[in-house]
Ligand binder design. Sequence first.
Ligand code: NIG
Ligand code: FE
Length: 413
Amino acid sequence: MTMLIKNIKSLVNIDYETRKWAAGKDMQRLNTIEDAYLLITDDQIADFGKMCDFDKNDFSGEVIDATGKMVFPSFCDSHTHLVYAGSREIEYGDKIRGLSYEEIAERGGGILNSAKLLHNTSEDSLYEQALERINEIIGLGTGAVEIKSGYGLTVEDELKMLRVIRRLKETTPITIKSTFLGAHAVPSEYKGRQDEYVDSIINEMIPVIAVDELADYIDVFCDKGFFTVEQTDRILMAGMKYGMRPKIHANELDYSGGIQVGVKYNALSVDHLEFTGDEEIEALLGSETIPTLLPGAAFFLGMIDPPVRKMIDAGLPVALASDYNPGSSPSGDMKFVMSLGTIKLRMLPEEVINATTINSAYAMGLSDELGSIAKGKRANVFITKDIPTYDFMPYAYTTNLIDTVILNGKLIS
Ligand code: NIG
Ligand code: FE
């Protein structure tokens, strides 16, 4: 199976050599080819270049004419909770009236509310609901997504969520990574006995999840009012014994020590990071842990913005993800995440493109397969509508500019 996309106005984010991420000043670098072609063989990018250098005039595969349009590598959304039951607009009024995330959680709302709903939802219905969201984000240009558990909070319900994620892996064309997040919140029956819940994560949940190989990564919500550094330490150590690399929620609500404990355990990413100071930046420098910002959640909750310019100026790579979930970010639109990155965080268009492709691919362990246009990489790309420049993507912040989606070398829509 071969496919040729010809007359591409601009082929965006090309890698001529392998790179694991774009860091510091390199986040501003974006290789493009104007008036380009892209050749796909089976599920891989086989070749690309300028139209005038295209020499296979006897080409006989599928041809797409992209005159006026651009081709991007698909977005990689490295942090979502998109397997959930129902929605939580019931809390929306409280939120708008000014209740904080923690206050809503303390009232038994928030994550515990979702856990109750999920418990009363069948596995098939959970799958159907999540499938709808997967199809939605595919249409919005996402080609790889990480999905967390964490609305189960019991052995049975965490397994139910992780089985749904596995079924999505098996039945959808998008690339999926799964993360076990038993330490998302403390269930009410463990109130005042938080350490016993941590024991249950370590002794009951992790071993059975590992036997069935249901999780690629392990996560902990290491923050004020949720899990402490000591508890995070114990959970990460236990997960790593079973081969689950950490990817953790940290420093969203306070200087929680989450970034440092993440780096200590060689986390693939530490995510949120609204509360990041010099010490945290120092800890990240030289590590293999990518700081990941979730501007959709910060926007929805009215949080302070993380010091992204300071991070990039210090030489760090930064990834952006959607955090798609019913409580703090009911959207998986990565193009809008780019807009928030530019408008709210003052990142440059080139920086947000790198942050939502190659860097977020790294944040889910996929930067050698996805996240840029490179020979041998998986052909997950989208073709835009007619647009004047790539800056137009984050600039036109609510217009759907995704025209055609190609995943694994196949035309999806
Ligand atoms: O990433 N911060 C923790 N967890 C999610 C929110 C989940 C929820 O409220 O349902 C987040 O924002
Ligand atoms: Fe999250």
